[in-house]
Design a protein around this ligand. Sequence first.
Ligand SMILES: [Mg+2]
Length: 319
Amino acid sequence: LPTSELSLIARIRSLARGRSAALRVGIGDDAAVLLLPPGSEALVTTDFSLEGTHFRREWHPPESVGHRCLARGLSDIAAMGGDPRAAFLSLALPAGVPQSWVDGFLRGLLRLASRYKVPLAGGDIAESPAGVCADIVVLGSVPSGQALLRSGARPGDVIYVTGQLGISAAVLHALLDGRKVSPKSKNAAPHFWPEPRIAVGRTLRGLATAAIDISDGLSTDLTHLCQESGVGALVREYSIPRGVSFQGSSLHYALHGGEDYELLFTAPAKARVPEKLAGVRITSIGEIIADAKRRLYLTDSHGQRKPLIAAGWQHLASK
Ligand SMILES: [Mg+2]
């Protein structure tokens, strides 16, 4: 380890000194003690960020790796309509990782954490035999019975997405092609600095019938939602909000590219869904249909219907 485990924990503890109404006891005891609002249920999600699979140290600055690590967990809480309450980080570092890298990683993670008022409430540190491995656990809460599930979509519901899709995958493919992409470029921000849609998720309680975050790509995540709801879906190709600010973005990336961390949700056709929620554009892209085989279809601008097959997002591992 770059510094001894104890001094690294002391360092994290001093950096993570954030106040939160939910956190009664944080780093420094055997377990965190958290107080959730009365009448709420706890949400717990866990996500790996693995070097070589989710990021590369030569492409992603440590601040971006830390930001993306926490964003993955916050996005899952957003997809449930919840409020994040605390984060826990287990970090395995190979020998020889510079202290400056670890500091940058924590800086990026804690900057995002403080914006969402989520205290880093505990975790673990170990030496990794291979690359950097970060496991983030985010604890959230939601008023009892109001969590947005994947299983609530019904035939006739309209399908919506937040923001724009495909930029993160377009940036990743540019990097894989050996092109330089500056992490400071505003156009590449959805890849390096994705914004979890916490505020949008909160407004979807009582409005959406089902929701999921788009971490693996629209085709894959809509498939998950349809599987859980026991329905099919019809998506209008020309309605998909393609991210066009990054050169190389395309319909393919908007349909199949992962790590956008936008929300996909359904609502009854008669529900009033505004054009923007919490300042984020909302686009209707299709509808839920009755289909025992839970198939997905894509309709082109000529009205031609073709099957939409989930092109599973394999991150960097398959490249
Ligand atoms: Mg998710």
